[in-house]
Write a protein that binds this ligand. Structure first.
Ligand code: IPE
Ligand code: MG
Length: 238
């Protein structure tokens, strides 16, 4: 039996894993390369991570690919990163579709370039009826913006306050229909949430590793899953 199938059978396999890939810049710096090369390696690693989680039959995987705060970076880095992400969606989508992966987008789409919007829309549309892993790309995503967008919609619809409960609120988030996050993984040793799924990860388990994102391989995923499987989640109870 392979390590991965053993892992899948251990108790407490998560339903929804959300990842904050960090450390592309540091990875490049350590090799004396420009930051862009770190992003290139990081995007390549997304491919392997998606493939491995899919093999493990994870149901929901969410990746923080570009935050609303990333617009503060130098223009050149933003352009490079966005081009890379657009390229990768176009390049990978047919293979993902073949594997039955369903793609979702979380974030403000209308602030992205028309080409990028089209690439994302096309990929979401193509895969919308797939029944395999749901891969959500948080792209131009911010947790506070998401909550405000939901509030605006609820008010615009004239929904009376007594009807607003957690279930209704959930249905106005970008993540409508997705389950709460069980495990948040962050690489490069940072211990921050950085405005990522702040509503949906209220009861998540956190896992942080010093490994930089481009080096976060299958063995590192196994370690994260093993750590998760040993936690006892109490959701505020005993
Ligand atoms: C993560 O790597 C990639 C994105 C935020 C898109 P960073 O670019 O943040 O890498 P460091 O933190 O500078 O090493
Ligand atoms: Mg960083």
């Amino acid at each position: 039996m392979s390590a991965s199938s053993t892992l899948k059978e251990i108790a407490n396999f998560p339903n929804h894993v959300a990842v904050v890939p960090d450390g592309n810049g540091r990875w490049a710096e350590r090799r004396g390369l420009p930051r862009f090369e770190g992003h290139r390696a990081g995007v390549e690693n997304m491919h392997s991570v998606i493939e491995y989680f899919n093999k493990l039959q994870l149901k929901y995987l969410t990746l923080y690919t570009f935050s609303t705060e990333n617009w503060k970076r130098p223009q050149e880095e933003i352009t490079g990163l966005l081009h890379l992400l657009e390229e990768v969606i176009d390049k990978e989508i047919l293979e993902l579709h073949k594997k039955g992966v369903r793609l979702r987008h979380l974030g403000r789409l209308d602030e992205l370039s028309p080409d990028l919007q089209q690439a994302i829309n096309k990929a979401v549309e193509l895969t919308k009826n797939n029944t395999g892993m749901t891969l959500s790309l948080a792209f131009n995503y911010g947790g506070r913006t998401e909550i405000l967008d939901a509030v605006h919609h609820i008010i615009a619809k004239g929904i009376p306050p007594q009807n607003i409960d957690e279930e209704l609120f959930n249905s106005y988030l970008y993540t409508a229909g997705l389950p709460d996050v069980d495990l948040v993984i962050r690489t490069a040793g940072e211990l921050r949430l950085s405005n990522f799924l702040i509503w949906q990860s209220a009861y998540s388990e956190y896992y942080s590793t010093n490994v930089l994102w481009p080096d976060f391989n299958n063995k590192e995923i196994d370690k994260a899953l093993l750590s998760y499987s040993q936690r006892r989640r109490r959701f505020g109870g005993l």
